[in-house]
Design a protein around this ligand. Structure first.
Ligand SMILES: CC(C)(COP(=O)(O)OP(=O)(O)OC[C@H]1O[C@@H](n2cnc3c(N)ncnc32)[C@H](O)[C@@H]1OP(=O)(O)O)[C@@H](O)C(=O)NCCC(=O)NCCS
Length: 279
């Protein structure tokens, strides 16, 4: 898009993307995703984004695969750039997911007390079954908020992903147990594995918190906080600059919890599902 003096003030690329079969990406949304990356330098970002979204809609109307039901038009927008929000809403996009960040400088990592009878230990490959089951429970809970979809093969994809993370020296994975029975799980990616999400922030090194789950009967007593602080302490010792994670915008447990743990929204994922509902 050209500005008044003829220079380009806004542009966008639309990537037509489908997750690789068997990868964990399959659960993260529609089977076929059209992802807009906007570049806006105009002073009036709202008007420029509005025009860009109209052109994207027209582009997708001419793409035969975009008429399918299992499709989504997806755009990531900086959470604190409030200037574009009205345009996103006007075009039928809904904010589904949040990428949140906790800089290492937020506050020192101390280990919170566990509730009586609960003990936290590092997870290892022998915990793969319970780790897969608890991670599936997170997917099922998240599926209520429409961003995540539990597809056939989700358990196998999770198992493969977790097997890789649990295998190795001192994995960033911890289990909470009551009387030896598992009641909570946290799994995170070290910076060497979290490179896929590193471009979302200027800070480095980046770690990624993949799973946090606490059994319903144990929630609200500090188990989630204690698990999270084990990660924060390990991340601080490894020189991690920022921990990123994702949660559903309307997950009533995750939103206050992550805020309290020092995480702040960085990117919002806006979607129109199916893609043809982009207007
Ligand atoms: C999100 C989740 C992991 C939080 O775990 P949790 O063990 O309930 O977390 P905590 O108990 O540490 O903290 C939750 C609340 O309990 C409070 N709490 C902590 N310790 C407490 C204690 N000793 N006594 C009473 N309340 C306590 C916390 O202050 C917090 O309350 P607040 O949100 O009103 O401030 C858990 O709710 C869960 O598994 N949800 C389903 C899956 C999910 O959403 N995962 C995250 C996806 S991104």
């Amino acid at each position: 898009m050209d500005g008044p003096d003829g220079g380009v003030v806004a542009a966008g690329t639309c990537e037509h993307w489908a997750p690789a079969p068997g990868s964990l990406d399959v659960i993260e949304g529609a089977a076929l995703r059209f992802r807009l990356t906007p570049y806006i330098s105009a002073p009036d970002a709202l008007a420029s984004l509005d025009t860009l979204l109209s052109r994207w809609r027209d582009h997708l109307a001419a793409v035969p695969e975009a008429v399918g039901n299992d499709t989504a038009a997806v755009i990531s927008w900086p959470s604190r750039d409030v200037t574009g929000v009205r345009a996103l809403v006007a075009h039928g996009l809904v904010p589904l997911g949040v990428i949140a960040a906790r800089p290492a400088s937020r506050r020192p990592a101390t280990i919170a007390d566990c509730p009586p009878g609960v003990r936290i230990r590092r997870a290892d490959p022998a915990d793969l079954d319970v780790a897969t089951q608890m991670s599936l429970e997170v997917i099922r809970f998240d599926a209520h908020f429409a961003g995540v979809v539990e597809r056939p093969g989700a358990a196998q994809a999770l198992r493969a992903e977790l097997a890789g993370l649990l295998d190795g020296h001192e994995p960033w994975a911890w289990l909470a147990e009551r009387d030896g029975d598992p009641v909570g799980l946290l799994v995170a990616e070290r910076p060497q594995v979290a490179g896929w999400i590193a471009p979302r922030t200027g800070r480095s090194p980046v770690a990624y918190l993949l799973v946090l789950y606490v059994a319903p009967a144990e929630r609200g007593t500090g188990v989630g906080t204690a698990l999270t602080e084990h990660l924060h302490r390990a991340a601080a010792a490894a020189g991690v600059s920022v921990v990123l994670l994702e949660y559903a915008q309307v997950n009533p447990l995750a939103v206050p919890f992550w805020g309290q743990q020092g995480y702040r929204p960085l990117w919002a994922t806006w979607e129109a599902r199916p893609a043809r509902t982009l207007r």
